[in-house]
Design a protein. Structure first.
Length: 192
C-alpha cells in the first residue's frame, strides 16, 4: 500500500477501517432529511427507545435523555444500537470516542455521530484506544472539513487507514493500556 502514514511492525498491516469492521453508519443512513423529520419524533419523557447522543455518555445515561417512539426506532433500523458499538462524534467535537454501554433498553443513534460495529470486542477495544491516541485524533482531524464547524462523514471514516496488529497483539496492547489506566486511577485516589 502506498502513502502509509508511518512504519509499523512487519506483523501489522495498514487497512481501511471500512474493510475490517461489520458496519459504519449514521443517523441519515435511514433516509433523507425530509423523511427523517417526518418519521422520527423526539420526546423528552421516556418512550420506546433512547436516541443516543454523545452528551449522554457524560451524564452516564441517567438524565436529560432524548427518546423516540416505536415508529421512529423501526424507521432508524440501520442505526439501532445494542451495546458494544463504537460511537465517534463527527460534527463539532471531533475526536470524542465512546463505547456504547449495554443498557437493556432499546437504543438508536441520534444525529451528529457515527457508529462503528465490529466483528469482535478485541478489535473494537484496539480501535477505541487507537482513535483516542494522538495519532488517531490526528487521523480524525485530517478527514474533517474546516468550514465554520468541523465535520466528517461515514464515507470518509470508512476510508481512513488504521494500523492493525494481529488479534493476539491487539489484545495484549489493550490489556496493557487498561492495566496502566487502572494504576493511574489508584494513584489518583491516593492523591485526594
Amino acid at each position: 500500500m502506498t502513502d502509509v502514514p508511518f512504519e509499523i511492525p512487519d506483523s501489522w498491516e495498514w487497512v481501511k477501517l471500512g474493510d475490517v469492521v461489520k458496519q459504519v453508519t449514521d443517523f441519515v443512513a435511514s433516509g433523507s432529511f425530509a423523511s427523517l423529520r417526518e418519521n422520527v419524533k423526539y420526546y423528552k419523557e421516556e418512550n420506546y427507545a433512547i436516541l443516543v447522543r454523545t452528551l449522554d455518555f457524560r451524564n452516564n445515561f441517567e438524565k436529560d435523555l432524548t427518546y423516540t417512539d416505536k415508529h421512529g426506532y423501526e424507521f432508524l433500523s440501520n442505526s439501532n444500537l445494542f451495546g458494544g458499538e463504537l460511537l465517534l462524534s463527527n460534527i463539532g467535537s471531533i475526536g470524542k470516542v465512546f463505547i456504547v454501554p449495554k443498557l437493556n433498553k432499546r437504543m438508536t443513534l441520534a444525529p451528529n455521530s457515527i457508529m462503528v460495529r465490529h466483528y469482535d470486542d478485541s478489535q473494537r477495544d484496539w480501535l477505541y484506544y487507537f482513535f483516542l491516541s494522538p495519532v488517531g485524533q490526528e487521523v480524525l482531524l485530517s478527514i474533517s472539513s474546516s468550514t465554520t464547524q468541523a465535520k466528517f462523514n461515514k464515507t470518509q471514516l470508512k476510508g481512513v487507514l488504521v494500523p492493525l496488529p494481529p488479534l493476539a497483539e491487539q489484545k495484549r496492547i489493550v490489556d496493557k493500556i487498561e492495566e496502566i489506566f487502572k494504576s493511574l486511577d489508584e494513584i489518583s485516589l491516593h492523591l485526594v
